[in-house]
Design a protein. Structure first.
Length: 367
């Protein structure tokens, strides 16, 4: 998660002998203001780094199999990670320990009035160069409680990271990018069935039935050792809509909270309200994920709830500012509500981000 990547700062600072003990009031004021001021894009960068000890360590969502990391000050940080409208901090406990204080609290992040991230945290505050700074920070996000993911069956070094990038590209409709990653994974681990997912999506979108069937059949020969969720998801890539939905339903039995599976399944639902219910579980798992918010936006539009649709398109754009599809979809929303000026602006932004999005440019020029 973005703030944790940024908040990766290390260690207890060495307090000088003449520093006075911290007070609860000053620690509370620092903790709340430092976190709540992490909004406003570039305006938040300077104060963010000022609250970071030169030796701070951060542990991101320790419920997963990871470990604390050291912070690296990024001179190129443009503030694009500070995209929320507001942040609310509630402190539950401050325990003073001379030159250090342990702080426990909850952080709630908001976009377009929606609470997207709920994070419980514990951190150590100390003084460095006469100023209060974080020297340790541990946080757990509510959405990490879900484990019902479509996990890949591979032991390849770096495979999980690449798999995540492939899925992200698939969810953001970056078909060429997803296929390129998929091609590299298939080459790196010829026995990995779900390495073919990016290829399958590419062929399905382009209606290349021959390549789709051949790729699926090849992936099916690699299912030994794969999970049931992987097997059914691969088999869902078919032109037979009824058969595809059956395999997506089976996938959801074994990977019930997987955002991509739920988005794919919801896409084929004619009942918009049912689709929203299917997607809510995915949104609870990853409330800022682009593909989930995109599909929710469209399904809310189909249900006639334009206010909710706008909220999800806004989250999509805000949390995924470099994704062309975020702006293309928002353009369609604005066109639907009759705001042609904003629709044109959004369509052109999609094209500016990626000149391959010529359809967005054509829509803008037609307005």
């Amino acid at each position: 998660m973005k703030k944790y990547v940024i908040l990766a700062m290390a260690g207890f600072s060495v307090a000088s002998c003449n520093q006075s003990p911290l007070s609860e009031q000053s620690v509370r004021a620092f903790a709340v203001s430092h976190i709540e001021n992490q909004v406003g894009y570039a305006d938040a960068v300077e104060s963010f780094y000022e609250g970071a000890s030169s030796e701070l360590k951060v542990w991101t969502n320790p419920a997963w199999k990871n470990k604390p990391v050291d912070f690296v000050f990024d001179d190129d940080n443009d503030g694009s990670n500070f995209y929320e409208d507001s942040i609310n901090v509630t402190l539950h406990d401050v325990y003073l320990m001379g030159q250090h204080a342990n702080v426990m609290g909850t952080i709630e992040y908001y976009i377009a009035g929606v609470n997207t991230i709920h994070r419980n945290f514990s951190g150590i505050v100390t003084k460095e160069d006469g100023k209060m700074k974080w020297s340790r920070f541990v946080g757990v996000d509510h959405q990490t409680l879900s484990k019902g993911f479509l996990w890949p069956s591979t032991d390849m070094e770096g495979g999980m990271n690449a798999y995540g990038k492939m899925r992200s590209a698939m969810m953001n409709l970056e078909f060429e990018k997803a296929k390129n990653i998929s091609d590299s994974l298939v080459e790196a681990d010829p026995s990995w069935a779900t390495a073919h997912l990016g290829q399958l999506q590419y062929h399905w979108v382009n209606r290349d039935i021959e390549s789709l069937n051949a790729t699926r059949e090849l992936a099916e020969t690699k299912l030994e050792g794969a999970s049931r969720a992987e097997a059914h998801f691969i088999k869902s890539y078919t032109t037979d809509r009824e058969l595809g939905n059956y395999h997506l339903e089976q996938t959801l039995i074994f990977a019930p909270a997987d955002p991509m599976v739920r988005v794919w399944y919801a896409w084929g639902q004619e009942d918009a309200e049912r689709a929203v219910d299917i997607l809510e579980i995915a949104w609870n798992r990853l409330p800022e994920q682009g593909g989930v918010n995109n599909m929710l936006g469209y399904k809310y539009m189909a249900a006639g709830d334009m206010d909710k649709a706008k909220q999800h398109f806004e989250i999509f754009v805000r949390a995924n500012a470099d994704v062309p599809n975020a702006y293309d979809s928002y353009g369609e929303y604005y066109l639907t509500v009759g705001d042609t000026a904003m629709a044109k602006q959004m369509y052109m932004k999609a094209y500016e981000l990626n000149n391959n999005w010529t359809a967005s440019k054509e829509r803008a020029e037609a307005l």
